[in-house]
Design a protein around this ligand. Structure first.
Ligand code: G3H
Ligand code: 13P
Ligand code: ZN
Length: 315
């Protein structure tokens, strides 16, 4: 399946526009009809380009046919600037498979391997993907936290700016995910005054002035969602995300893709907990799932508008 037959775009033009306009394209993770609907509703309501991110485990959860069926059912028009992106692809075969079934962008994440091995595997994916006009993201440096069902790391290693420059030249990738202090999951910082390493980001951006950089683990973990979850029977303690101001600042420095998964997970969970608790007699899933879609749509709209700055960037 060619991604253009699904109305999808690769990320190249989106990133060029984002760098020039100092904003970021949101990459929201989806794994079912409810998450996909919320993301698309928000992108369409705000006239924002969007990257629909699917992790390896989400791909396995939905299955190829169901995933592509959902995308086809979304009736995406090429003018909407919507990409379907493999998030944290761990090997060449998964990237090849994603390209074959209709993804317009893939991430090869070999960041846990030594530099030269990361270069070799990323370069191979670039050769493969570019034949199909599919964009490639790779990662240098390690984020702490759980990345997917199979990979996690306790400690982060910041990206080395001079290695980043070499890595981009040697691989021919289209965008680079860097590690400057963000992490996956809902526990990103120990205190409110912990800052991202803007010195590293600024050094990388100076070395590669027009090159698209990506921030993973960038959920802001809205306090009201944690409060709702805990009020209605959940227990999430010490959750802390990346401050909105810091994310805005990053978009001024060539961060043109910001990855958000945890915030939607929180919105989904908060809405379902609240709905079930307020309507104890309800056993119609469409009622609480609708509440979840509405909450996730609002979360996406808030972030597109207040963090990404990607609203009104398409006609
Ligand atoms: O960074 C990765 C995402 O949060 C995906 O997580 O594999 O549990 O879908 P997942
Ligand atoms: P969060 O856990 O901060 O939402 O990060 C998501 C992510 O980086 C997906 O690749
Ligand atoms: Zn990630």
């Amino acid at each position: 399946m060619k991604y253009t037959d699904l109305g999808l775009s690769n990320t190249n033009q989106m990133f060029a526009n984002a760098i020039a306009g100092h904003y970021a394209i949101p990459a929201f993770n989806f794994y079912n009809m409810e998450t996909l609907s919320a993301i698309l509703r928000a992108a369409r309501a705000t006239h924002s380009p969007v990257i629909l991110a699917v992790s390896e485990s989400a791909l396995k959860y939905m299955g190829d046919d169901m995933l592509i069926g959902l995308i086809r059912g979304a009736n995406i028009h090429p003018d909407e600037q919507i990409a379907l992106h493999l998030d944290h692809g761990t090997c060449i075969d998964t990237c090849r498979h994603a390209i074959e079934i209709g993804f317009s962008s893939v991430m090869i994440d070999a960041s846990k391997l030594p530099f030269n091995e990361n270069v070799n595997i990323s370069k191979t994916v670039v050769e493969l993907a570019h034949r199909h006009n599919v964009s490639v993201e790779a990662e240098l440096g390690t984020l702490s936290g759980i990345e997917d069902e199979n990979t996690s790391s306790e400690y982060s290693t910041y990206t080395n700016p001079s290695d980043a420059e070499k890595f981009v030249t040697q691989t021919g990738i289209d965008s680079l995910a860097i590690s400057i202090g963000t992490s996956h999951g809902a526990h990103k910082r120990k205190s409110d005054d912990e800052e991202l390493r803007f010195d590293i980001l600024s050094d990388i951006a100076k070395r590669m002035p027009n090159f698209p950089l990506v921030l993973h683990g960038a959920s802001s973990i809205p306090t009201h969602l944690i409060t709702t979850i805990n009020k209605f029977g959940g227990h999430i303690s010490n959750a802390r995300g990346i401050a909105t101001q810091q994310l805005r600042r990053a978009t001024e420095m060539n961060i043109c893709k910001i990855n958000v998964d945890s915030d939607l997970r929180l919105g989904f969970t908060a809405a379902i907990r609240e709905s079930l608790s307020e309507n104890p007699g309800n056993f119609n899933p469409r009622e609480y799932l609708n509440a979840a879609i509405n909450q996730m749509t609002q979360t996406c709209i808030d972030e597109i508008t207040n963090i990404m700055g990607s609203n009104n960037k398409i006609n």
